[in-house]
Design a protein around this ligand. Structure first.
Ligand SMILES: *Cc1c(COP(=O)(O)O)cnc(C)c1O
Length: 471
């Protein structure tokens, strides 16, 4: 039944004159009849229209800009399934080349033509694969020694990304967390070792801690672990979660040793779709040599007439991101990546400095080591503030910006911070616009006569914790 007496949908009905546009969006059941493509397109397109523009989303680490050729290439390969190696053999070759280049960026000692690694949907899958490999290697060793292997654990800082919690839950491996504090804002090697025992499958330092942007000191950890392993006879390795840092450090700080140059680093994972500069979803994991990838993880499948070997949790997955990564490697080259990451870093430093100069804020760290940083409300200012960073987040949203406010992990969870991630496509001019909007927002918030609901809630929770304004 039409609510529009003039309307009798046919192929030439104008999109916004069609009956469909009067109906609520299908929600529970699939619509009974078809909808003209133009109308269906418009409905879905418009549903996502009022969301944040991806480029103004300074919350995400994930690529929101690629050039036209990259976009064309990825669109052209949108229908290609990566797993169909027989039909699309060049995709598999290109994937292998990407793994080679990334392994070399991380100074792999492996001499084989094809380095040992795997493509993933993101760092989450890549971390899982690195973690599972460490677990299986440990298990194999324990078995061969006739020792029990039913209580594995791994050690990581409390600044872990949620994937490690999933890893712990899904594989039932105990996660031991080293608390981060204001005094120890990154993983402390000695604290980490104090949690290690014969059941520890690996220690996981993070390059580019999601919460703070800081880097764990892998070199110090490696050194301490070397002594520890020597003393105890254990063989505890390191998996580096380099979701962000994996594509920053090789370009901006090549002498910094955090990668396969270190003895106990046996695997590293990263997100191709973060600073690898490819649209989502793409991740990579690389092992130091083939002996570190347990055979049980290398599945040989006979599929569509060929024997292919596959490492990964997924079977089918899009090939487009792999081609996108390879394109970026060719298009940008080492120098191109260097220029882009350097610009992101400079722009992040500029924003960091400007925000640090604002009376109401205090930067979390003096320096930044990845193009992202966090800040919190200056405690002196906070005493009389009627607003919180959550209010500022809402204010900035009115101008289209997404700058997230959140609380830090356990032990420092009373600190509300705000974060900016600067990526390719975030220009100095955009940051200036954001800073203007921020200063203006602060002026307006400062005029408030009464505390906002979020201020009232925050004061209450800080009082309850007996931690008011002490940070
Ligand atoms: C983003 C991130 C992940 C998860 O990566 P995805 O690519 O989003 O799956 C894991 N670890 C760290 C440190 C991250 O920053």
């Amino acid at each position: 039944m039409s609510n529009n007496k003039f309307c009798n949908d046919s192929l030439d009905t104008p999109i916004f004159g069609s009956e469909k546009m009067l109906e609520p969006a299908p929600c529970d059941k699939m619509p009974e009849y078809s909808t003209p493509g133009a109308v269906a397109y418009q409905m879905v397109h418009d549903e996502t229209f009022p969301q944040t523009q991806p480029r103004l989303n300074l919350a995400t680490f994930v690529t929101t800009y690629m050039d036209e050729y990259a976009t064309k290439l990825m669109n052209e390969s949108i229908s290609i399934n990566y797993i169909d190696e027989t039909e699309y053999p060049r995709v598999a070759v290109i994937c292998g080349r990407c793994i080679n280049m990334i392994a070399n960026l991380w100074n792999t000692p492996q001499k084989d033509k094809w380095k040992t690694g795997a493509v993933a949907i993101g760092s989450s899958e890549a971390c899982m694969l690195g973690g599972v490999a460490a677990w299986l290697r440990w298990k194999e060793r324990r078995k061969s020694e006739g020792k029990p292997y039913d209580k594995p654990n791994f050690v990581i800082s409390s600044g872990y990304q949620v994937v490690w919690e999933k890893f712990a839950q899904l594989w039932q491996i105990e996660m031991r967390t080293v608390p981060l504090t204001l005094e120890k804002p990154t993983l402390d090697a000695e604290d980490a070792l104090s949690m290690c025992d014969e059941n520890t499958i690996c220690v996981v330092p993070i390059m580019g801690v999601t919460w703070t942007g800081l880097n764990d000191d892998v070199k110090a950890l490696d050194k301490a672990l070397d002594k520890f392993n020597e003393k105890t006879g254990y063989d505890i390795p390191i998996h580096v979660d380099a979701a962000s840092g994996g594509f920053i450090l090789p370009f901006l700080d090549p002498d910094h040793k955090w990668d396969f140059r270190l003895k106990w680093v046996l695997s590293i994972s990263t997100s191709g779709h973060k600073f690898g500069l490819v649209y989502p979803g793409l991740g990579w994991v690389v092992w130091k040599d083939k002996e570190y990838l347990p055979k049980e993880m290398n599945f040989s499948v006979n599929y569509l007439g060929a024997n292919i070997s596959q490492v990964g949790l997924n079977f089918s997955r899009p090939a487009a991101q792999i081609l996108g990564q390879y394109y970026q490697f060719i298009r940008l080259g080492f120098k191109g990546y260097q220029c882009i990451q350097q610009n992101s870093m400079e722009i992040a430093r500029y924003a960091h400095q400007q925000i640090g100069e604002m009376e109401c804020f205090k930067n979390y760290s003096k320096d930044i080591c990845n193009p992202l940083f966090i800040w919190y409300m200056n405690p002196n200012y906070e005493k009389n503030a009627k607003w919180t960073l959550y209010d500022l987040q809402s204010k900035l949203q009115e101008n289209g910006w997404m700058v997230p406010a959140y609380t830090l992990p356990a032990n420092i969870q009373n600190i509300v911070v705000m974060r900016i991630v600067v990526r390719q496509g975030t220009s100095r001019d955009m940051i200036d616009m954001l800073l203007d909007n921020m200063r203006q927002a602060v002026v307006e918030l400062d005029k408030l006569e009464y505390p906002t609901p979020s201020r009232i809630a925050q004061n209450k929770s800080m009082q309850q914790k007996g931690k008011i304004f002490t940070h």
